[in-house]
Design a protein around this ligand. Structure first.
Ligand SMILES: C[S@@+](CC[C@H](N)C(=O)[O-])C[C@H]1O[C@@H](n2cnc3c(N)ncnc32)[C@H](O)[C@@H]1O
Length: 147
């Protein structure tokens, strides 16, 4: 589909400092198809999404018949969130799906208004990569080990 080609052209450079190591496009397509099969629900949360699976799912689901009404992305990377927002506006997906981007650090508490809100979640948070400088994911895991 055309939006995959468009997305590949404007994909940002992965920022290893926040544990971004992008998937190949062919894997990305497979993953979107896979999630679409299982996420035929109203409200979906993406917690960590450097690959853009949230916006690709929205673009994929937009023209199809399904139950998806809201997709939220929580991530620390403003560049990614801005890109997804821009695409959501360009493709006018808001006509069918509410697409929201939330700047969020996993170390912080989840905003209370989202408690019990979602029907399905996709989680791809920072992992324990040792980068130079060490990424947030790395610090997060160190903290876990020590406490
Ligand atoms: C492991 S990646 C997701 C997988 C994807 N293959 C990639 O390379 O982006 C981790 C995701 O979590 C986000 N992230 C990193 N540190 C974070 C933090 N402290 N709070 C919230 N999101 C964070 C990154 O921006 C990225 O989108």
């Amino acid at each position: 589909m055309k939006f995959y080609e468009d997305f590949e052209k404007i994909r940002l450079k992965p920022n290893h400092e926040v544990s971004q190591w992008y998937m190949e496009m062919h894997d990305l397509k497979k993953q979107v198809n896979y999630i679409y099969k299982f996420a035929n629900v109203e409200k979906i949360l993406f917690l960590g999404d450097g690959d853009g699976i949230s916006i690709l799912l929205a673009l994929f689901a937009y023209k199809k018949s399904n139950n998806i009404k809201e997709i939220y992305v929580f991530d620390i990377d403003e560049r990614e969130l801005n890109l997804y927002r821009k695409l959501a506006n360009e493709y006018k997906i808001e006509n069918k799906i509410k697409f929201m981007t939330i700047s969020y650090n996993v170390i912080d508490k989840t905003p209370i208004q989202f408690k019990n809100y979602f029907d399905y979640f996709y989680i791809n948070p920072p992992y324990c990569y040792e980068t130079t400088p060490a990424g947030l994911g790395f610090f997060f895991c160190l903290k876990d080990v020590r406490s």
